[in-house]
Structures are given as C-alpha cells and as structure tokens.
Design a protein around this ligand. Structure first.
Ligand code: NAD
Length: 477
C-alpha cells in the first residue's frame, strides 16, 4: 500500500516508529482489509510527550504572535500543497469520497490560517478605575500545555481545529488522534514539523483511548483538555479533569432537527437536505438527522428525499463519481442495523435502503424511514450513519417542543419563507448552532459547539482562541 502514510508517533519533534511497541491494524473500510500497523505509545512515550509539551511551553508562549502566525501559515500552505496525497490517505483509512477528503483538507488548512491571523489579535483592554491613579488592565495568557482527543469522522478538520486554537494562543499540545484514521494526523504533524515548528510544541500519540486519556489527563502539566466524540466519553473525561480542575472544551454528540414548513420550495429543500444528510455517510455531528415536515408537504418532501437517497452512487471513495463511501468502522454497521430493526418493529416504512450495501467492506445503503413516532430509537439516538427518519408535524409550538425534547443541543435547522417564523424559530431552538434556510453552519471564523449534552465551549471563531487563554486582571496603583 504505497499511497498510505508511514505511521509513527510524533514526540518532541521526532517521528517514532513501532520498534518494539505493540501495534494495531488500520483498516480500509471499503474493503475491511488491513492497510498498515499503528504503533501504540508506551507509558514512557506518553510521559515523554507531556514532558516535551511542558518543556516547550515557556518559549512557545513567549514567541511573538506574529512569529507563531508565520509558522502556522507555513504549515497550512504545506497542507494545501500536499492535498492530493493526504486526500488519498484519508479516503484509504476513513472511506469518504476523494472529493470530500480534498474539501475537508482545504477547510482544515483554512482553519489553521484563520487561527494564525486571529492569534495576532489577542487584544487586552484597559478598564477605567474607581480609584484615581490606578490602572486596570485585562490581558490573556496561554493556559498551558493541552491534551486533545479527536474522533475518526473528520481526520484532518478536527485535529486542525484543536492544533490551530492551541498553537495560535501560545499553548503546546499532546494530540491523541483516532486510531482508525492515524495517517492523516501523521501527515498534518509532518506539515507542522516541515514548517519549522519547534520540538515539543505539537506531539501526536496513539494507543488504547481510555489508557491514553487517563494518563495524559492525570499529568499535572496538562492544563486544558479538548475532546470531540460521544457524550458518554465526554462525561467520563470531564470526571477525570475534575480532580485537577482542568479547563475543558467538549464537542459531543448531536441529533440535529430539521423543521420544514409548508411555505418553502419543498423539492429543493428535500434535495439540499438529502445531500447534506448523506455527506460522510451521515457520520457528522452536525448532520441534519430528524426531519420534521409540515403535514401538507410531508409526502412530497419524503418522495424527493428518497429519490435523491436512491440515486446516490455508493462505493469505494477512490472510485470515480462515488458520492457516499463506507461507514468508518463495523460498530456503525451494528448501530444502523439496531436502529432499522427498531423502526421495523414499530411499523416504520423503509422507503429505501434498510440493509448493508455490497458484499465487501462496511457499506450501509442510504436509508429513509417514514411512519415513525418520536419514541423510535432513531428519533432519540444520534444515528451517526446514513439513516434518515422523516415525520410530519402540524403547528409551530408542537414542532418546537418535539425538536427541543432531546438532551442534545448541537445543531438545529429550519426552513421557511416567512420572516416572522424565521425570527421566532431561531429564538426557540435550543442549540449551539442554528441554520435557517441553510444547512451550512460550520466556518473557520464562527464558533462551533453545543449546549446541554452536546457539550460546552467552542472551536472556531474568536471563542475558539479564548478556549486556550486564561484571563488576567492587573490593577496597578
Ligand atoms: P466511542 O464513544 O467509543 O468513541 C468516540 C470517540 O472517542 C472515538 O474517536 C474514540 O477513539 C474516542 N474515545 C473513546 N473512548 C475514549 C477515552 N476513554 N478517552 C479518549 N477518547 C476516547 O464511540 P465510537 O463507536 O467511536 O463512535 C460512536 C459515537 O461517537 C457516535 O454515535 C457519536 O455519537 C460519537 N462521535 C461523535 C463525533 C463528533 O464529531 N462529535 C465523532 C465521532 C463519534
């Protein structure tokens, strides 16, 4: 497999190969065959990664924002230069179509560029004093070495959100990227190394997730933890952080409601919604996932949505014209099967899909289900896969109550041509990100994050930088 990365840990500026370390296989989800062996960090490696981040911190924090920015921008430029090679690595290990891999990597480079620039604007302020002669200034200081944990659905974007925020703020970082998709993370680390990042500022480790996170979070040098993944794991990491009161950013699960009123171009909205739903085979935390459609247009919406789902070309992400790849791991297949079985048991109508696709790899067919009530499993649990339930609603208050009924609050969407409804629904939906007449709520320059069980804190936007900064008041008489 010559196109795949040479896997390694990256500790204190050096790439560390397997040697005598234990390894685990990395699979191509389109074939379910192994493509590489990933070294696991030993306890000593993890301790060394933390020590390296701690040693590098004072000098990196003292490096001027302009110099830090220049290094980040060089890394972003290298990632862009290498986009074709990294996209192949990403598709081989994660499965998404090559065009999606390219798009994600370009976006990840934009995120680094944006943080590089925003890091230069870490302004403080002078507050008028109540006492003559006293000067009160508010400044920001990097919180310290940080640890970050990223999942397998966006192998470039999620690591770059955390790397960009931490490094631009003057923090150093130990990143544990997902073991399913290590090649992309290694290539990102390589771009930073080649851009002249000082040793120890960024470290990359892999291993058993629970063992690695417990050891990194227990280290007293680590002052900030950023996690993207499931709500259950986020809560367990929060408990580990509590002992030492470490600051946290938790970007957890969601179950994005999409409310479609009957005053829109129904077919056009159905097409937009279906394309967005099956992007990355539905393995997106802000994916539109619960479709509430006003009763008068429900059938038309479901019919067009189903047509789009049926028309999608599903296959190996490296194949020409493929629009949806496999699921990233066999756990997602089992999850889809459980959701669909529950829907069948409740008398739901499988409009299309409802089964695995092909005989090889971890494919599941784009699936549409109608005729469910809100108690169905797929209406309550984040599907994180290509299964879309579509249900009718009658009026505004009813649908707002149903949309807000889950403990999640990541992304929520609504479509209407009434200005009044747009204003009202925007205010009523409980979510960290609300899209109205659009499903595009993720940008480098806007905050990305949730409320309630979807977590707290933001990545991206000015908020993403503040997540790695402490606030200091200096009163000087
Ligand atoms: P999971 O809960 O086992 O793992 C989720 C992620 O957390 C994975 O990347 C995993 O490597 C990591 N992880 C697991 N245990 C950890 C620990 N103790 N310390 C540090 N990291 C740990 O579930 P999964 O089967 O990998 O994914 C399924 C669910 O995870 C999905 O249903 C979805 O809710 C959630 N998820 C969310 C996102 C997101 O972008 N918010 C991404 C991937 C998965």
């Amino acid at each position: 497999m010559t196109d795949y990365s040479t896997l390694a840990l990256f500790i204190d500026g050096r790439f560390v190969s397997a040697d005598t370390r234990t390894t685990e296989p990395v699979f191509n989800p389109a074939t379910a065959r192994p493509i590489a062996d990933l070294p696991h960090a030993t306890d000593a490696d993890l301790d060394e990664a933390v020590a390296a981040a701690a040693r590098a911190f004072p000098a990196w924090a003292a490096t001027t924002a302009v110099e830090r920015s220049a290094i980040l921008r060089r890394a972003a430029a290298l990632i862009r230069e290498r986009i074709e090679a990294i996209a192949v690595v990403m598709t081989l290990e994660q499965g998404k179509p090559l065009a999606e891999s390219r798009g994600e990597i370009a976006y990840a480079a934009d995120v680094i560029d944006w943080y590089a620039e925003e890091g230069r604007r870490t302004y403080g302020r002078v507050v008028p004093s109540r006492v003559p002669g006293v000067v009160m200034t508010v400044t920001h200081e990097p919180v310290g070495p940080a640890a970050a944990f990223t999942p397998w659905n966006f192998p470039a974007l999620t690591p770059c959100r955390k790397i960009g925020g931490a490094l631009a703020a003057g923090c150093t970082l130990v990143l544990k990227a997902a073991e399913e998709v290590p090649g992309t993370a290694v290539e990102i680390a390589r771009a930073f190394a080649d851009a002249g990042l000082p040793a120890g500022v960024l470290n990359l480790v892999f291993g058993d997730p629970a063992t690695v996170s417990a050891r990194l979070i227990a280290a007293s040098e680590i002052r900030k933890v950023s996690f993207t993944g499931s709500t259950a794991i986020g809560k367990s990491l929060m408990r580990l952080c509590a002992d030492d009161l470490k600051r946290t950013t938790m970007e957890l699960g969601g179950h994005g409601p999409v409310i479609v009123f009957d005053d829109v171009d129904v077919e056009a909205v159905a097409e937009t919604a279906a394309i967005a739903k099956y992007r990355n085979a539905g393995q997106v935390c802000i994916s539109p996932t619960r479709f509430f459609v006003q009763a008068a247009v429900h059938d038309r919406f479901a019919a067009r949505f189903t047509e789009v789902a049926r028309s999608l070309k599903v296959g190996d992400g490296l194949g020409a014209g493929v629009q949806m790849g496999p699921l990233a791991n066999p756990r997602r297949i089992a999850a889809m099967e459980a959701l669909v079985q529950d829907a069948r048991d409740r008398g739901g109508r499988i409009e299309t899909g409802g089964e695995r696709h092909g005989n090889e790899g971890w494919f599941y067919a784009p699936t549409v289900i109608t005729g469910l009530d809100d108690a169905a499993l797929v209406m309550c649990e984040e599907p994180f896969g290509p299964v879309a339930p579509i249900v009718p609603f009658d009026d505004f208050d009813e649908v707002v109550g149903r949309a807000n009924s889950l403990p999640y609050g990541l992304a929520a969407y609504a479509f209407s041509s009434s200005a009044r409804r747009v204003a009202d629904i925007g205010a009523a939906l409980k979510a960290g990100m609300v899209g109205i007449n659009t499903l595009a709520v993720s940008n480098p320059e806007t905050p990305f994050g949730g409320v309630r069980d979807s977590g707290h804190g933001s990545e991206g936007g000015a908020e993403g930088l503040l997540a790695y900064l402490d606030v200091k008041l200096t009163a000087s008489a």
